[in-house]
Design a protein around this ligand. Structure first.
Ligand SMILES: Nc1ncnc2c1ncn2[C@@H]1O[C@H](COP(=O)(O)OP(=O)(O)OP(=O)(O)O)[C@@H](O)[C@H]1O
Ligand SMILES: [Mg+2]
Length: 367
């Protein structure tokens, strides 16, 4: 026997007083433990009643004067989506009754064709069926939510792996350039210098060769500086950002203003600081490459809830709806997502570009 609530509350929506009288009589005759019967003699009254009451079952006449047939059912089913509905119909309206079943009614009863036993059984099974449906739905929703969470986690893991691999590659490349290529170039330069001394009066060709090699060594030094960031560990993030700004200042093209008044970093994880550093490096390089800007502002701040970073410039901007992101913006976004942050990029033609990022201050960030 289905499990029916101990005390039942039922809403009867019926505008024919004679039908209502018969139905109520049958309801009381069933052995169900009925606590209360709400009566609504119009569709409007039913809607009003459902605003402040939650019966466990609705018996709905399909031919109400103020709303008819499928409409009445669909509307009531919408406002009382978790309450089982049994529709009451005349013999002539059987087709409509069947349609309500396909739209979610739990059962239908033909007026004048049922007695208290059939009524009781219909009520019990309707309540049970609705409950099973709700359970299935909530199980499915829980499974879908779990799947979504797993998908997000996987994405985060991939982003993390990409970033770690990228940092390692940068590190290896930098070491190779610094320890191997640069050492060999330095030795070559020394050989040339000594060959130059041995030649009488020196040789312009040798001198020039030495200059080329010196320039190559300097270029590699600059490159390796971008690739690794020992400054963060030794002197902190703010100092490392200062060094980016010094490098840009030397180029004499864009004026960068850096504000980090409310920022403090002593309790922040190294990999988070490195990500902030890389984001700034990436966007400053975009400003230099694409913006033709006069000014650029970097704002790094912190309060109890968030760490925020804003990089804006007054350059030529770009149309975000047509401009395809490159690796740079993709990397920035991956790093933001990795630490559970959010990013907004506002840019428009000749209106500059502003990237605003926020990270929640939590265990993903704190050391
Ligand atoms: N500050 C900016 N001002 C103007 N345009 C910008 C700015 N930042 C980004 N863009 C535009 O957005 C595009 C995508 O930038 P992104 O950094 O992703 O790629 P990229 O700089 O072209 O290449 P990569 O960074 O991979 O070397 C750029 O090509 C550029 O058109
Ligand atoms: Mg770029």
């Amino acid at each position: 026997m289905p499990d029916v609530p101990q005390l039942l509350t039922i809403l009867v929506v019926e505008d024919n007083p004679a039908d209502l009288f018969v139905l109520e009589g049958l309801l009381w005759k069933t052995r169900l433990n009925i606590e209360k019967i709400y009566r609504a003699n119009s569709f409007g009254e039913a809607v009003l009643l459902l605003e402040s009451n939650k019966p466990q079952l609705i018996l709905l006449d399909l031919s109400l004067t103020d709303s008819a047939g499928i409409d009445s059912f669909e509307h009531i089913n919408q406002i009382a989506s978790d309450i089982p509905i049994i529709v009451l119909t005349g013999l002539a309206d059987m087709e409509m009754a069947l349609e309500t079943m396909s739209k979610g009614a739990q059962d239908y009863l033909v007026k004048g064709e049922f007695e208290e036993k059939l009524l009781a059984k219909s009520i019990q099974y309707s309540i049970e069926r609705k409950r099973n449906l709700e359970n299935t739905l909530s199980t499915r929703m829980a499974m879908e939510q779990k799947l979504e969470e797993e998908r997000n986690l996987k994405q985060k893991e991939i982003a993390e792996a990409v970033i770690i691999a990228q940092e390692k590659e940068r590190h290896d490349l930098s070491r190779e350039l610094h320890d191997n290529v640069n050492q060999q170039l330095t030795v070559a330069m020394m050989y040339i210098a000594s060959a130059e001394k041995k030649q009488e009066g020196g040789s312009d060709i040798l001198k020039q060769s030495a200059n080329f090699i010196f320039n190559a060594i300097e270029e590699i030094r600059k490159l390796t500086k971008n690739l690794v960031t020992p400054l963060i560990k030794d002197f902190g993030l703010v100092k490392a950002i200062d060094s980016i700004i010094d490098d840009v200042a030397a180029l004499n093209t864009v004026q960068i203003h850096f504000n980090s008044e409310s920022f403090f970093e002593n309790d922040i994880r190294y990999d988070f600081k490195l990500s902030i550093f890389r984001i700034i490096q990436e966007q400053v390089s975009n400003v230099l490459k694409h913006a033709a800007a006069k000014h650029c502002t970097i704002e790094l701040g912190r309060n109890e809830q968030i760490i925020y970073l804003i990089v804006s410039d007054d350059g030529i901007g770009f149309d975000t709806s047509t401009q395809k992101n490159g690796i740079g913006i993709y990397n920035i976004t991956s790093r933001v997502e990795l630490f559970g942050g959010t990013i907004s990029i506002v840019a428009a033609s000749n209106m500059g570009c502003k990237i605003s990022i926020e990270f929640p201050v939590n265990d993903a960030i704190l050391s």
